[in-house]
Structure formats: C-alpha cells, structure tokens
Design a protein around this ligand. Structure first.
Ligand code: USQ
Length: 382
C-alpha cells in the first residue's frame, strides 16, 4: 500500500515509518519539526540527540534497503498539503501530526493558541485533501484515551447506545478532557465524524493510552534509529519520566495522591495496532473507534514497579508525593473496554520487569546527559 505518515519525525511517527516500510509498504513521511523546535525553545531537549528526519531516512535505507521518502513542511499550509497529496495519492494516511503535550498546551496564551490552531487546522486540511485527492483512502487518526477523561461509568470503545424517553440511538461516547491538548483531540474526533457523514470518508480513530519504551524490531542495534526519549515535565510522559528520575537520583514525582489511573501500552504494540488498522481498513462512510492500550496502572503502582526494577541495576529509588500542578481526579473509577484490537489480532507486550530494566539500562548509558532542571518546572493547569 502507499502510506503517508504525518508527524513522521515523532516518537511514534518514525518507528511507524520503519515498521511499515519493513513490511513492504511504500512510505512517505511528513514533518515540520514542531516538537524539535519547541523543545529547543523551551530548553527541554530529550535524553539523547538524534539525526534529523532526512538523515534518519538515509540511515534506514543503508541498514535495511527500504526507502522512506521525507517531505519537510507545515500541514497548516494548504499549498504544501496539496503538493504532498497530489504527488503521492496515498491508500492510507497515519495522522500523528499534532502538538502532543498537555502541560505545554496549558502553559500560556501562546502555547495554548499554537496547540489549538496547529492541531485543528492540520486535521481540517487532511480531511479536505482526502476529499479532493484520495476519497477512497483510509485515515488512521491518533486520538487519545484522555478524550474520555475519568467518568464514573465504564468507558466503551468510542460509542454509546443511549435510551431516552423510550427511544434508542448511538452516539459518540461522552468526552470530557482534562487539558486543552486533549480537548483538541475531541474537537478532531467531532470534525472527523462530520466529514465521515458528509463525504463518506473511511476513518479509524485510535484512542491511545500512554506509550512507553524505545525499542522496536527495526531499531535494535542502532541507537541512531531510536525514537526520542523525552523526560521533561512537558513532553515526557509519566513512565519514561520515572525511569530517568530513578537513574538521576531524583525522587519520583508523584502528583497529588497518585491514584490517577491510565491505560498504557508498549511502543511495539502501537506499531501492531497501526498495522492491524491499516491492513483491515474501516468501510467507506465508517468512523471506527478503538481503545488502544493493553493494561492500566495508577501512578503509585508505576512508581512501585520502577522502584522494584531499579534494584536489578543496583539503584535505590525514592518517591515523593507533591502538590499536583494539574486539575484532575486523584482517586477515581476507571474501567475502559479494550477488546476490539485484541480480537483483530493484537498480541500485547506487557510491562514486565525485563522491559523496565532494559529502559533503565538504556538510561544509565546516557546518565551524563540528564539535566536536572528539565525534570520539574511546575507548569500549572491554572
Ligand atoms: N504524572 C505524575 N507525575 C509526573 C508526570 C505525570 O504523577 O511526573 C501523572 C499526571 O498527573 C497524570 C498521569 O501521570 O495523572 C499521566 O500524565 P502524563 O504526563 O504521563 O500523560 P498525559 O498528560 O495524560 O498525556 C500523555 C501524552 C498525550 C497522550 C496521553 C494519553 O502526552 O499525548 O494523549 O498521554 S492518556 O493519558 O491516556 O490520555
């Protein structure tokens, strides 16, 4: 298939590009280096430096023989979008091209505005381009489990049957996010649903949990092909942050009571889910929604797992409970369904001690790069 990956330089975009090209697909990647530029501006660069997207494509070609073709540009610009879609006309599009940090989206007016305009305008342009240039293509859009928030009822996979005054209909499951970033993902879903109904587009919207890990089948043995490893308060997610904090001798930063519970998955499982979705596409005029995670943990449970795994590499880890900079429930009910992708063939890679030890060892190799003041800057939700 001809597959276009938007956000191809990102934590998930680059591993997806290698994985799908290794599977024999014809892959084009697009990126404007938004995340690289923001992390430089904010002085929160990842644990190790990595080649840029053009260099990565050359390294991958030399080691695997597979072509991945890079386009560098901003998908908010219509002329650029037209060029990409007219020259490639994809069968499938994987859309990761968004500002992905909740704390960054709440930092100040400029960062909130950038998140809103970047995420919504990019999704809007992708839908317009599909309608004009490739109406039969399948869009695989990365949403987030954070769209649902933490309601006091079971979370279904995307949809809910509602009976009201003796009549029944199916609606998008109620969404109530906890940050502006997560809200842009809800707005994306709503905009996609409109265009599926209006134009008969085919779309899979993946409500993804928190992804952890660095290693995939394609990057073993060549660190230049790893995804970036963010550990700062804005772009690092909780598990990767705790791994780096453990190695840095920084007490694990548990926000509030630590009962916040989320869905998690290994980066290898993200790749499986994307491939399964692409190779078994949604129907024309269908918005298919899957909850993409394999297991749930509270922040306290994660901290305990990392404390225990760190003993294997002879590191003692302290934890600290700190005032929560976010506005979120710290103890709540959480029971989201997640069976559809397993029924399609997903074979989960669970969070074992071996997986944690592998990440701790990778971090130990780069310990001297850790900058302590990137770990916590207290970006408040207020
Ligand atoms: N947390 C801590 N200590 C930390 C960092 C986070 O206790 O040092 C807590 C947060 O308060 C929150 C939970 O851990 O309750 C998760 O926070 P996070 O920063 O790891 O993840 P989040 O902001 O929810 O967003 C991340 C990604 C986002 C993706 C989302 C999936 O940045 O792109 O959409 O995970 S989900 O969380 O399922 O919505």
């Amino acid at each position: 298939m001809k597959i276009l990956i938007l956000g191809g330089d990102g934590y998930l975009g680059w591993p997806t590009a290698m994985n799908l090209s290794a599977a024999g697909h014809d892959v084009v990647v697009v990126d404007n280096y938004l995340r690289r530029n923001i992390t430089q501006e904010e002085s929160v660069e990842p644990l190790y430096a990595l080649p840029n997207l053009i260099e990565r494509c050359k390294i991958w070609k030399a080691s695997s023989g597979h072509d991945v073709v890079p386009y560098i540009g901003d998908l908010q610009g219509w002329a650029f979008v037209e060029t990409v879609f007219k020259s490639f006309t994809p069968d499938a599009i994987v859309h990761y091209a968004e500002q992905p940090s909740a704390p960054y989206s709440t930092k100040d007016h400029n960062t909130a505005r950038l998140t809103l305009t970047n995420n919504l305008l990019t999704t809007f342009n992708v839908l317009q381009a599909m309608h004009m240039f490739c109406p039969n293509a399948h869009l695989v859009k990365l949403g987030t489990m954070g769209e649902y928030g933490t309601p006091n009822i079971d979370i279904e996979e995307g949809w809910l049957n509602v009976t009201h005054n003796d009549r029944t209909d199916k609606f998008l499951f109620p969404r109530q996010a906890g940050s502006l970033y997560h809200t842009t993902k809800i707005q994306d879903t709503d905009m996609i649903w409109l265009h599926v109904r209006m134009w008969g587009l085919r779309v899979t919207d993946l409500m993804q949990g928190l992804v952890y890990g660095e290693y995939t089948d394609e990057n073993q043995g060549d660190d230049r092909l790893l995804p970036h490893f963010a550990y700062d308060e804005m772009f690092g997610t909780v598990l990767n942050r705790f791994i780096v904090q453990a190695i840095a001798g920084y007490p694990l930063t548990i926000y509030g009571k630590g009962g916040q519970t989320r869905g998690f998955l290994n980066i290898k499982d993200t790749l499986q889910c994307i491939k399964l979705s692409i190779e078994n596409p949604a129907d024309q005029g269908e918005l298919r929604i899957f909850n993409q995670f394999t297991e749930t943990f509270s922040v306290n449970e994660l901290a305990a797992l990392i404390q225990s795994a760190a003993k294997v590499v002879d590191v003692d880890v302290e934890v600290q409970t700190m005032e929560n900079p976010r506005k979120e429930l710290e103890e709540h009910y959480y029971n989201p369904a997640h069976t559809d992708l397993v029924e399609m063939g997903l074979k989960p890679n669970f969070l074992t001690e071996d997986v944690l030890v592998e990440l701790l060892q990778l971090t130990l190799r780069h310990k001297d790069n850790i900058v302590q003041d990137r770990i916590f800057r207290n970006v408040k939700w207020a």
